[in-house]
Write a protein that binds this ligand. Structure first.
Ligand code: SIN
Length: 475
């Protein structure tokens, strides 16, 4: 198991010899510990990345493309081993972990195909006086900060386009799930990535680590996935050096069921939108708006599906919801449920946490939730689904948009015209129409409002890691 820092192609301990304990959230048992980096290690990693980036940027796009494709192949060849690591340190069910590895690896394959298609343009100025040549340079060293909910995919979604465009990266993986990150970095080296292009430095002192990394003059960009709260802090710190940032932040997704929807399909979609990856996703449906004509049928069938979910250790057969990441996560979810119930919601199924060891919460559906209940204003990040009844489409859309978040939204209707029209009115970067999952490396992922800045995936994702240069030329 890779358990040290990776800096400039060398595996080593942190400057102060500290370690990070990694726990299994299903048992609360210690799995192992990894080296903890200091701010000085972050600086050493940026130094190494700056040297490696110049050479990497000078390689032919075809060569970068082939290395990225080899990274995809390596991940697929080791998918069982990587999925096992994810289940151990994150807890999600094995099938979700395998799905995550395929999703994560696909960012390498997609971007290997894009690496040879980073095109600019040439045109004539309206005055006819000169030519306008536009092309794209790599931006330089990128600091990548990732969350624990997708220990593999949130790294590759940033690393693959950054490397395709000719950048180098310094990754701070989350302290909860560093093992997958370190192993993927090791596999990338085996796939032919030159030393120093990818550096991984887990740490226990995130704030000081980040300050040291962004104050380094070679750092040119920050790419972050995590909460809006932390995103705001990183944005403020990045502003001092006017660094480019891409931010994938929190969500509060509405899931809308119209009266003409196929209710069984809506329940199936709701289960995916709420429960994929143990309900710990930023795109998770957080507020379910069902038309009053179908709210009872939808709530009843949804509650039955949630009650049938097997909760447990992600390695156990039939388990489709693993543990939450920590005891604090359980307390936060329980407090939201209690406050919703105090505000008048009824419990259709579930309602509380389970006996330990491990951090488990019973899949819960709440009925009769008031549109302004506290639970509708917070990202739940757990297996709890508040259902709100609506009659008027305009007021429901106003409620759905009544949040500073704007990452994902879901609409179920058999009237596609209505679905598209409502989708356009939702202030959300991603809309699933009769679908409970949208994530795809070939599609632009990102939020409106305080859910983020910039997009990851698709060709948009690669241009985020480029500087645009314009040359005015006469000949
Ligand atoms: C996230 O929760 O941040 C990512 C979700 C996804 O990629 O599907």
């Amino acid at each position: 198991m890779a358990e040290q820092l990776l800096i400039g192609g060398t595996w080593r301990d942190g400057a102060e010899g500290n370690r990070i304990d990694v726990f299994d959230p299903a048992t609360d048992e210690l799995i192992t510990s990894v080296a903890a980096g200091t701010p000085a290690d972050a600086v050493a990693a940026v130094d190494a990345a700056a040297v490696a980036q110049k050479k990497w940027a000078a390689t032919a796009p075809r060569q970068r493309s082939e290395v990225l494709r080899a990274c995809w192949q390596k991940m697929m060849d080791h998918s069982d081993e990587l999925a096992d690591l994810i289940v151990r340190e994150h807890g999600k069910p094995l099938a979700d972990a395998k799905g995550e590895i395929a999703y994560a690896a696909e960012f390498f394959r997609w971007n290997s195909e894009e690496a040879v298609r980073i095109h600019g343009s040439i045109g004539t100025a309206p005055s006819g006086a000169h030519k306008i040549i536009v092309h794209h340079h790599p931006i330089g060293v990128v600091v990548v900060v990732t969350p624990w909910n997708f220990p593999a995919a949130m790294i590759t979604r940033k690393a693959a386009p950054a490397l395709a465009a000719g950048n180098s990266i310094v990754v701070k993986p989350p302290r909860e799930t560093p093992l997958t990150a370190l192993r993927i970095a090791e596999l990338m080296g085996e796939a032919g990535l030159p030393d120093g292009v990818v550096n991984v430095v887990p740490t226990t002192s995130s704030g000081a680590w980040f300050d040291a990394a962004v104050e380094h003059p070679a750092t040119r960009m920050v790419s972050f996935t995590g909460s809006t709260e932390v995103g705001r802090i990183l944005l403020r710190r990045s502003a001092d050096r006017v660094l480019k940032t891409v931010m994938e932040l929190g969500g509060n997704a509405p899931f809308i069921v119209f009266e003409d929807a196929d209710i069984d399909a809506a329940v199936e979609g709701a289960m995916v939108a709420k429960m994929r990856h143990s309900a710990e996703t930023c795109t998770a449906a957080n507020r379910f708006f069902a038309h009053e004509a179908v709210v009872e049928e939808f709530t009843q069938k949804f509650a039955a599906a949630m009650a049938a979910v097997k909760v447990g250790n992600g390695f156990d057969a039939g388990v489709t919801c693993g543990p939450m990441i920590s005891a604090k996560a359980i307390d936060d979810i329980a407090s939201l449920v209690d406050r919703a119930v105090s505000a008048g919601a009824s419990v259709a199924t579930g309602g509380g946490s389970m006996e330990g060891p491990g951090h488990f919460f019973v899949p819960t559906v709440l009925g009769g939730v008031a549109a302004n209940s506290p639970i509708t204003r917070h990202e739940i990040f757990g297996p709890v689904a508040p259902v709100i009844s609506f009659t008027d489409t305009d007021s429901m859309i106003a409620q759905a948009n009544n949040t500073e978040m704007g990452l994902a939204a879901y609409v179920y209707t058999t009237d596609i015209g209505q679905g598209l029209a409502v989708g356009e009115r939702l202030e959300s970067g991603l809309v699933g129409l009769n679908r409970g999952a949208m994530s795809d490396p070939a599609a632009p992922f990102g939020g409106m409002k305080q859910s983020g800045l910039g997009r990851e995936g698709a060709s948009e994702g690669i241009y985020e890691f480029c500087e645009t240069q314009y040359i005015a030329a006469s000949w």
